[in-house]
Write a protein that binds this ligand. Structure first.
Ligand SMILES: Cc1cc2nc3c(=O)[nH]c(=O)nc-3n(C[C@H](O)[C@H](O)[C@H](O)COP(=O)(O)O)c2cc1C
Length: 175
């Protein structure tokens, strides 16, 4: 897909078809997401991929009812980052943002993930409303990792119109 068409086509999907997502296809999407830039190429993003009935059910325990409904039939990918690496040198924070740089890097990687998924014919929904404690317990995710989003990935029922975007004048200051 042409790049501009791709960024317009990617929309949050809340209505997935009952169609399984191939594990290898998900790995290819993650390979694309790995091309995202990161702090000193530290690549602290991690992906916990649930695409079996059992593992998906265990991720769904951590979602509120509305996100469970929106992500029905989708594979679920928990994204985390390794703490105290991005934004740090020899264990000390390089500046005031500290571990927020890890979240920053993961956000870029997750954006690449969603675009790569769309390019591969898949739709996505990033879910920030989830219970990190349940995810950590259910999948033994180490405390050294910050759990961030759960991304639903699957085949969307129908293309969605874009939500309104702010006027450039609201967000741009020309210097
Ligand atoms: C960090 C983050 C967290 C989000 N969490 C949720 C969520 O928990 N549930 C949900 O339905 N949508 C969630 N969204 C999706 C946003 O609502 C959506 O991206 C926004 O409305 C713009 O729509 P679009 O993605 O279709 O362009 C989240 C998006 C981001 C980037």
């Amino acid at each position: 897909m042409e790049f501009n068409e791709l960024i317009q086509a990617r929309r949050s999907c809340r209505n997935f078809k009952e169609e399984a997502v191939d594990a290898e296809l998900l790995c290819n999407v993650i390979r694309d997401a790995q091309q995202a830039p990161s702090w000193k190429n530290s690549q602290t993003a991690k992906y916990y991929v649930a695409n079996t009935e059992e593992s998906i059910a265990k991720v769904r325990e951590a979602l509120p009812a509305f996100n469970q409904k929106s992500s029905e039939n989708a594979a679920l990918v928990i994204t985390t980052f390794v703490r105290d690496v991005a934004g740090f040198t020899a264990g000390a924070a390089d500046n005031e943002l500290s571990n927020k740089w890890g979240a920053y890097d993961l956000g870029i990687a997750n954006a690449y993930f969603c675009l790569a998924a769309k390019n591969a014919g898949l739709d996505t929904l990033i879910m920030g409303i989830r219970d990190a404690g349940i995810l950590r317990k259910n999948f033994n995710i180490p405390k050294t990792e910050q759990i961030v989003a759960v991304i639903a990935v699957g085949y969307g029922e129908a293309a969605k119109a874009a939500g309104r975007r702010k006027d450039l004048a609201e967000i741009v200051t020309m210097l």
